[in-house]
Each structure stands twice: as C-alpha cells, then as structure tokens.
Design a protein around this ligand. Structure first.
Ligand code: KG4
Ligand code: ZN
Length: 342
C-alpha cells in the first residue's frame, strides 16, 4: 500500500511516498528557513507563501523519486494540525484535492503523533511501533510526555509556557547566535563549562509538567550582567557564549531526561520514544541512551533525518490511523490547536 504524505505545518513543505507505513520510497523537503533568518524566527505569512509556491514541486519530486504515478497511490495522509493556519491550509487543500481526484481515502494526521511514529521508522522495529511506550516529544512548539498503550494515548504532562526548542531559539538570540538556536548551541555547548551558571529547576504542580520561560530569563539577566562588566572584550564574550550554552543545555536536557525516566517508572513501560526537532540534540541522545540502558528499557530515538519536520512521518502516522479503521472526510479542517487524540 502506497501512502502519499504531505507536511506543511510550519516552515517546511514536504511530500513523501511511503510503502506499507514504514518503507520510505521518497521524502522531499523544501525548507523556507533561509527566508525567516533575517527576522530571527518563523514569519507565518512567509511560511505559508513558501508552501503555496513549493507544494506542487515537492509532490512531483516525491513521485518521481519513488518511481510511481499518481494512480499508484492508495492513501493521502496530510498534517491537519497543530501548526500555523496558513501553512496547514495549503497541505490540507492539496491533500483533499488529490483524494477527490484520485478517488483514494484521505487521512488527517496530528503532527505531534507523527513525530513519535518517526522513531519507529527504522529497520529494527520490524515495521511496527512498540505496543506500549513512553513518548518524549520535543520540538519548537511542544514539550510533552505521553503514554501510549495499544491505540490509546495519554498526555502525562506538557510545558506550561515555552517549549524546549523555543527556549533554545531564544537563548541563541540573547547570545547573538542567529536562528534556529538548537544546532548552534548544541555545538557550542561541547566547548563550554556546564557548571559555569547554576539555573534553578522550576517548580511544577504537575509531576510531568515543564516550564522553560524562567531559564531563558535567567540567561538574559546573566548575560546582561556579564556584558556590563568593565573591560568586557571579545574573548570574554566568546567564553560567555560557550559557558552559557553548556550550562543551559545541561539543565534544559536533564529536566527532560529526569521526567521521562520518572514516567517510565510510573507506567512500568519497557520502551521510550524520543521525537521532534530537539531529538537531534547530541546531549539528549547521549543522556537518554545512558539512562534507558541503566534501567533496562529499549530506546527509540528518531532517526536524525526524520527528527525535523518531514512528510514521511506523516505518511507513517496516516497509515497507522487508517489501519486502525480511521478515515477523514473531505470536510477535514486544518486545526492550529489540534490535540493528541486517543
Ligand atoms: O520539530 P521541529 O523541526 O519543528 C516544530 O515542529 O517545531 O523543531 C524545531 C526546533 C527548533 O526550536 C530548533 O532550534 C530545535 O528544534 N533543534 C534543536 C536541535 N536541532 C533542532 N534543539 C536542540 N539541539 C539540536 N541539535
Ligand atoms: Zn515538528
């Protein structure tokens, strides 16, 4: 069964052809990141215009690379939310038109669920997800711990303010390191002292809740104070960047790891999946590998090429939902606040 995946929830426009949910035949991604860089963040209007310009192209390229014709497709899976409304609408309208024209079923997909499906798109999974697992979803817009048991998904906790990826982007901005902040801070952190700045762990009512706005503000005050010192020079600035990156990264990541392992214990889960843009983080990957090995739990890290937004993960999740008997109608609406469903 061939699924065409479409992803246009934010700054990427992507189309993919995936066989039986897991075998990636093509996964074409057109990023508009370079258009947002001068503004220091994603500009929704620019993102949706980019998707509108690129959606035909990525679709054609995905078919070409997979060596298939439109008539060979069996299912259209498209991101229905959450995300930016203008961008989402491009994919949803395109997906509906394809479904109508090709007379094949349409499946609206939750972008967050798809990030976790991506973790199992590796040969080792045997083309199926674990029956029960704890999910850690870390992206630019979300930070969430979920419990998956068969087809049920329970959200155990999420961030009350900034997402962890957003905190990376804001800290990088404060340090003058450009956008997006994750990859550059991850690299710099390796050269700095993680004990240079002590950040306090935010208190949360919910055991699995997160808050990342406090640490961002603490970075701002720390940096402002350091820069106001007499005789501050270029070398001091570089050392400050390395040390803040290392200290921020160690704290931000340890909160994620601790709470995920706490959820594993609570639910007595044997598997953990880590997905979303921040799952590319080298420190998070290393720490999760250590902790899960120590606890005797199987870790499923999103493959690096699938950690950012892409249509292959949408095709996978769409196929899983379709297999469980779900189907969307041509009334499918883009929903910027779409919640994870059971
Ligand atoms: O999942 P994603 O591609 O888009 C959303 O759905 O939000 O995640 C993007 C986020 C950005 O905030 C980016 O800074 C972060 O992922 N990111 C990283 C790394 N690579 C990307 N954060 C930390 N370390 C990384 N290596
Ligand atoms: Zn994403």
């Amino acid at each position: 069964m061939l699924t065409l995946g479409l992803e246009t929830s934010c700054d990427e426009t992507s189309a993919a052809v995936v066989e039986n949910g897991f075998k990636i035949r093509s996964n074409i991604i057109s990023s508009s990141l370079f258009k947002h860089q001068p503004f220091g963040g994603v500009v929704p209007e620019i993102a949706s215009r980019h998707s509108l310009e690129q959606v035909d192209f990525v679709f054609e390229q995905a078919l070409k690379q997979a060596g298939v014709k439109p008539a060979d497709l069996d299912l259209v899976a498209v991101t229905a939310g959450p995300g930016l409304i203008g961008s989402l609408l491009v994919g949803v309208c395109f997906g509906k038109a394809l479904s109508y024209r090709l007379k094949i079923p349409l499946m609206g997909v939750n972008h967050l669920e798809a990030h976790l499906s991506a973790c199992f798109m590796v040969p080792e999974s045997g083309a199926k997800r674990a029956a029960e697992f704890i999910g850690l979803l870390v992206s630019g817009g979300h930070t969430m711990i979920t419990h998956h048991r068969r087809k049920k998904i329970e959200v155990l906790g999420e961030t009350v303010d900034d997402a962890v990826g957003e905190a990376y982007d804001k800290v990088a901005k404060i340090l003058g390191l450009g956008f997006p902040g994750g990859p550059v801070l991850d690299r710099l952190a390796k050269e700095g002292n993680p004990d240079a700045v002590a950040f306090t762990k935010p208190k949360q009512k919910n055991r699995f809740g997160f808050s990342y706005s406090g640490i961002k503000t603490a970075v701002l005050y720390h940096v402002q104070k350091a820069r106001s010192r007499a005789g501050w020079n270029e070398q001091d600035e570089e050392q400050l960047r390395r040390d803040v990156a290392a200290s921020f990264q160690r704290h931000a990541i340890s909160w994620l790891v601790e709470k995920t392992m706490d959820a594993v214990q609570l639910k007595k889960a044997g598997h953990v999946a880590v997905g979303g843009g921040v799952s590319a983080n080298s420190h998070l990957r290393a720490r999760m590998a250590q902790e899960t090995a120590a606890a005797g739990v199987k870790l499923w890290l999103s493959p690096l090429p699938l950690s950012g937004d892409n249509a292959a993960m949408i095709a996978c999740r769409g196929w899983e939902c379709f297999q469980s008997g779900k189907k969307s109608s041509l009334n499918l609406a883009a929903n910027p606040n779409l919640k994870i469903s059971a």
